[in-house]
Ligand binder design. Structure first.
Ligand code: HEC
Ligand code: HEC
Ligand code: HEC
Ligand code: HEC
Ligand code: HEC
Ligand code: HEC
Length: 504
């Protein structure tokens, strides 16, 4: 020890031996070891573990830096002490020849090792937890309730939230985590938006999430899409529409090519600009085909001015532009009720049950709370039967009661009054019945200078192979049928988009 005081350099280093610097060094070494351990775990892990990165690259480095900062602070204080002539801080001496010291050292080292082990394990478990569906869907229950509820009944109920929302790799979780940190703040201080605005700005590009599991080169063929509707009349007439959707895909290298996915994602690059936040009004579309030929389609309806292009984002179309609701589908009651009637949860022999239920749900659409909505639904349906079918209320009271329960349950899955989330707040872009969807571009009004339009004949995307109620109307043809509207609206469907009557 005496040797050290001989020259100034060593004196400086000597000041390291003080409590604050030693604690700083201990923290720094501990966190550094943990960081290495987690990096190793991440490297070993067969699956991507998105949230681990938050810990490894954001939380722990903060502690590492804190530890490192403590070292010079302690040294500076020690230096000041000495300048003021207070002499060295005396540190406890360790003498391994002393059995007492030896025992304490062993105990200390052993305890540290155990502590390190469990900290490592604990950190890993904590990180696994933040990665889980429980964390994303249930911790901030009220905020995520609409998405969590709809997720559980979606085709992706077994896909973790983070696999679509964060994805693997460091940069995206840093980006989504920074916005995540803001969301935690917004939740605690109750400043979040209701409903949560979409499209999500910092959602990872679909190529890196959806395409981990589905890739457009895979051949999809045609997909049968059977729609059963119950109409608004006394008999709740069952009306069937059987579609063959030309979803297609593929690459010439791997087999057949055809259909929606081939045209949209592989043969063509399609870019567009939208005038609104929700990307529902699209006045300008640019298509570049595989050979590099470019076509620009402009909507003759919006009278779009090219000058505005400089100020708007040109977005390349990807999966999310059509599949914006792969996991969180808020159904229009008209459609959701069809399923309940078809599966017998609501008895279709009850006169006017479809129309009555729809009216009751519409009346409850703006309710402030679930309880209020339930009350409106319950009294709406019950009062209708009490007034128009009093004898039925006695004979089939139980069926009516069951219908009321099912309608409430349907409401609970599709309307979230507190978050103001429902089918109107989150339009679905697949199809064109309840929202413009494909018709944002395929409305027959988007033209090139030469007058070429984006295809919009009814057979471009699907064939109707069967339709009707099976009694007065029934048509079937594998070559495709002309659409017949279930109720008489004359030819209105030919020049009016379906969504203009069926949408919001
Ligand atoms: C199959 C992929 C997928 C899974 C799994 C998934 N989401 Fe989503 N989520 C999306 C897409 C796509 C959007 C809409 C993005 C857009 O429109 O910009 C979205 C939107 C959201 C929104 C914004 C509000 C809304 O409804 O658009 C929230 C909140 C959300 N998801 C939470 C969750 C939670 C919580 C889970 C897990 C319980 C989850 N998500 C699972 C794909 C997914
Ligand atoms: C971790 C894997 C995984 C990811 C990531 C994923 N999916 Fe899926 N997806 C699946 C599985 C598995 C199914 C099949 C579910 C079934 O058949 O019941 C499926 C089904 C689908 C379907 C068919 C739904 C239906 O009604 O039958 C669509 C459309 C779809 N996914 C779109 C997407 C989109 C868009 C994304 C990105 C936002 C995405 N998926 C991300 C695994 C995934
Ligand atoms: C131009 C709009 C559009 C784009 C872009 C698009 N899809 Fe689709 N996709 C559809 C339509 C329409 C269907 C049929 C849906 C139905 O019938 O319910 C479909 C169906 C699917 C299915 C279900 C296939 C099956 O066999 O049932 C999957 C999976 C899918 N898409 C994945 C993707 C992925 C991944 C991407 C991005 C690479 C993508 N889609 C891009 C329109 C699109
Ligand atoms: C952003 C604009 C845009 C949207 C939204 C869009 N498309 Fe397209 N689509 C195009 C353009 C541009 C073309 C190429 C021009 C053409 O072939 O008419 C195209 C071509 C197609 C084709 C090939 C037509 C053919 O046989 O040549 C199909 C099928 C198709 N789209 C289906 C869909 C479906 C289904 C949806 C909705 C789920 C949809 N598109 C939404 C812009 C769009
Ligand atoms: C750009 C592609 C495209 C064009 C053009 C198009 N459709 Fe569709 N249509 C779709 C898609 C996608 C769906 C949704 C399929 C699904 O949900 O499985 C759909 C759904 C439907 C349905 C079923 C609705 C339901 O839920 O019962 C009918 C009926 C229909 N279309 C009729 C028409 C008629 C009539 C025309 C011509 C006026 C037309 N479509 C033009 C893409 C298109
Ligand atoms: C001029 C307005 C109008 C247009 C345009 C229109 N519909 Fe309808 N549609 C109605 C009315 C009114 C009803 C009966 C009341 C109801 O069910 O909402 C109806 C009912 C239906 C139903 C039965 C719905 C149920 O209760 O399950 C289907 C399916 C349907 N329409 C499909 C379409 C399709 C597909 C298109 C576009 C090709 C279209 N409609 C265009 C007005 C319209």
């Amino acid at each position: 020890m005496a040797a050290r005081t001989k020259n100034d350099d060593k004196k400086l280093f000597d000041t390291f031996y003080n409590t604050i610097s030693l604690i700083g060094a201990f923290i720094a070494i501990l966190t550094f070891a943990l960081i290495l351990f987690l990096m190793f775990m991440e490297w070993l892990s067969p699956r991507s573990v998105p949230y681990l990165g938050v810990l490894t690259y954001i939380v722990l480095p903060v502690f590492l830096i804190m530890g490192l900062v403590l070292i010079p602070i302690g040294m500076w204080r020690e230096h000041r002490r000495r300048v003021r002539g207070l002499g060295k801080q005396v540190l406890p001496k360790l003498d391994l020849n002393d059995p007492k010291h030896r025992r304490s050292t062993v105990v200390f080292l052993g305890a540290t090792a155990i502590f390190l082990f469990f900290t490592g394990l604990g950190t890993y478990r904590a990180y696994e937890f933040t990665d889980s569906v429980t964390f994303c869907g249930q911790i901030c229950h009220k905020v995520m309730e609409p998405e969590y509820t709809t997720y559980q009944i979606s085709p992706h109920a077994r896909v973790k939230c983070v696999e679509c929302h964060v994805g693997p790799g460091a940069t995206w979780f840093v980006r989504s985590k920074l916005s995540g940190a803001y969301q935690v703040y917004a939740t605690i201080f109750n400043t979040y938006d209701r409903p949560i605005p979409t499209p999500i700005r910092n959602l990872r590009p679909a190529q890196e999430t959806c395409e981990q599991c589905h890739w457009p080169a895979k051949f999809y063929g045609n997909r049968q899409s059977l729609k059963i509707h119950y109409l608004n009349d006394e008999q709740n007439t069952r009306w069937k529409i059987n579609l063959l959707v030309k979803i297609g895909g593929g690459t010439p290298e791997s087999g057949y090519t055809s259909g929606i996915h081939w045209h949209m994602n592989i043969a063509h690059k399609i870019e567009y600009v939208a005038l609104d936040e929700k990307r529902q009004i699209i006045p300008w579309v640019r298509m570049t085909d595989r050979d590099g030929n470019v076509k620009i389609f402009k909507s003759i309806e919006n009278g779009f001015d090219d000058v505005a292009l400089d100020t708007l984002e040109i977005r390349r179309m990807d999966c999310i532009d059509c599949h914006n609701r792969p996991s969180h589908q808020f159904k229009k009651p008209q459609i959701a009720l069809n399923i309940l009637l078809e599966t017998g949860k609501i008895d279709p022999s009850l006169p006017y049950i479809k129309a009555t239920a729809m009216e009751a749900v519409d009346a409850a659409a703006e309710a402030e709370s679930l309880e209020e909505a339930f009350q409106i639904i319950e009294s709406g349906i019950r009062e209708f039967y009490a007034e128009d079918y009093p004898e039925l209320l006695e004979q089939k009271g139980e069926l009516i009661e069951q219908a009321i329960q099912e309608v409430k349950e349907m409401y609970r899955r599709n309307f979230f009054p507190e978050m103001r989330a429902n089918w109107k707040a989150y339009p679905e872009n697949i199809g064109h019945l309840t929202a413009p969807g494909c018709y944002r571009c395929h409305d027959g009004l988007h033209q090139t200078e030469e007058g070429e339009i984006i295809r919009n004949d009814c057979n471009a995307c699907h064939l109707i192979i069967e339709q009707g109620d099976g009694k007065t109307v029934y048509q079937a043809d594998l070559r495709g049928l002309e659409f017949k509207h279930p109720v008489d609206i004359e030819e209105a469907w030919k020049d009016t988009g379906c969504y203009e009557c069926h949408g919001e």
